[in-house]
Design a protein around this ligand. Structure first.
Ligand code: KG4
Ligand code: ZN
Length: 338
């Protein structure tokens, strides 16, 4: 057939995922979440790589079966080369390498951050694709970047976090409030009922388009400690207002930088990606920005926001078309540039 079938594998952090794409359409996207980390309040790298090793074969098998194809139909195998946890990356990378060798089909190395951005090009009913150039805001537990995207392969980082990622700001704030890991979605949930202006937190002063979130976390910690000393039930009694205020502050920080990026580049198309783009406050704020600032905003389908292999597959597809293949000497990288 004339179709390209890409098997994609993602194992950069704590989710093992495999997907099959037929050209730019997703046939299957299977994600095995690792619950083992919850009790530790964060991802334990050693346990993550072990779980990837247990999950990878069944996850790939299910993805291929769900897609309704066989291994022999595959055109290429795409995998996450980095950035991420080395032990986790190695499991997916070694598996992809071996399978491409066994099936004698090309191997395609994919940058995870590139994938969070190009997920907007997955063909999906009801979702528009951005046109070049556009600005991408990638926000997750591991990353926070504003990227100018000039074409599929010409990307320029305009700003990034100098310390914690946005997801960490959410998760660490949640931890202070006693929520289980990852607490970001819980802050989102309680924020819906709260007053975003109940408590004021100051925004960090960071030059240009860079971000800093570690000061906010400390500020929240001291504030909560002080309040709890006066009233031990402070958190319980003000849960919604605290969450709404924290979320409001984080969104303001992101919006300030986006406004500056638009001003500097003249580009008014904004595409968000990464786990934190699931946040309902951020999604609403961007929707409002379409009328307020005349921006065009792109929010991915929910299943392509958190780590998933479908987004690796779409980058794999575009790289395959350009015949940008990796050879068997390709190595996983904890840090990687565009
Ligand atoms: O992209 P992702 O799944 O993994 C990384 O690459 O880090 O992002 C996970 C992050 C976590 O910090 C989680 O708390 C956050 O995304 N997150 C949210 C929401 N859903 C997930 N943060 C705020 N509101 C949400 N609704
Ligand atoms: Zn990610």
């Amino acid at each position: 057939s004339n179709s390209t079938y890409i098997l994609a594998i993602e194992s950069s952090c704590d989710d093992t995922s495999a997907a099959v794409l037929e050209n730019n359409k997703v046939l299957s996207n299977v994600v095995a979440r690792q619950e083992v980390h919850e009790q530790y309040g964060g991802v334990v790298p050693e346990l993550a790589s072990r779980a990837h090793q247990q999950n990878i074969v069944p996850v790939v098998d299910i993805a291929i079966k769900k897609a309704g194809i066989t291994k022999q139909d595959l055109s290429a195998i795409a995998f996450t080369q980095g950035p991420g946890l080395m032990g986790s990356l190695l499991v997916g990378g070694s598996f992809a390498k071996s399978l491409s060798l066994a099936l004698d089909i090309p191997l395609v190395a994919v940058n995870h951050m590139h994938a969070h951005i190009l997920c907007h090009f997955i063909d999906e009913a009801g979702f528009d694709k951005p046109t070049f150039p556009f600005l991408a805001l990638t926000i997750s537990g591991g990353h926070t970047q504003i990227v100018q995207v000039n074409s599929f392969f010409d990307l320029k980082v305009l700003g990034e976090t100098t310390d914690d990622a946005v997801g960490e700001a959410f998760d660490k704030s949640a931890k202070i409030l006693g929520f289980p890991y990852p607490g970001g979605p819980l802050i989102d949930k309680y924020a819906k009922e709260g007053n975003p202006k109940a408590f004021a937190f100051t925004k960090p002063k960071v030059d240009g388009l860079n971000f800093s979130f570690s000061g906010l976390k400390t500020q929240i910690l001291y504030f909560i400690q002080k309040q709890v000393k006066e009233n031990p039930n402070f958190i319980e009694e003000n849960k919604a207002d605290i969450c709404a205020s924290i979320q409001h502050t984080i969104i303001n920080i992101l919006m300030d930088k986006l406004k500056l990026a638009v001003k500097q580049t003249g580009i008014k198309q904004i595409a968000i990606g990464g786990g934190v783009s699931a946040n309902s406050g951020i999604r609403q704020t961007l929707k409002d920005a379409e009328t307020k600032y005349k921006w065009k905003c792109f929010v991915p389908k929910f299943e392509y926001t958190t780590d998933n292999a479908a987004m690796i597959g779409i980058v794999g597809y575009y790289r395959f078309k350009e015949e940008i293949f990796a050879d068997s000497s390709v190595v996983s990288k904890a840090r990687i540039e565009f």
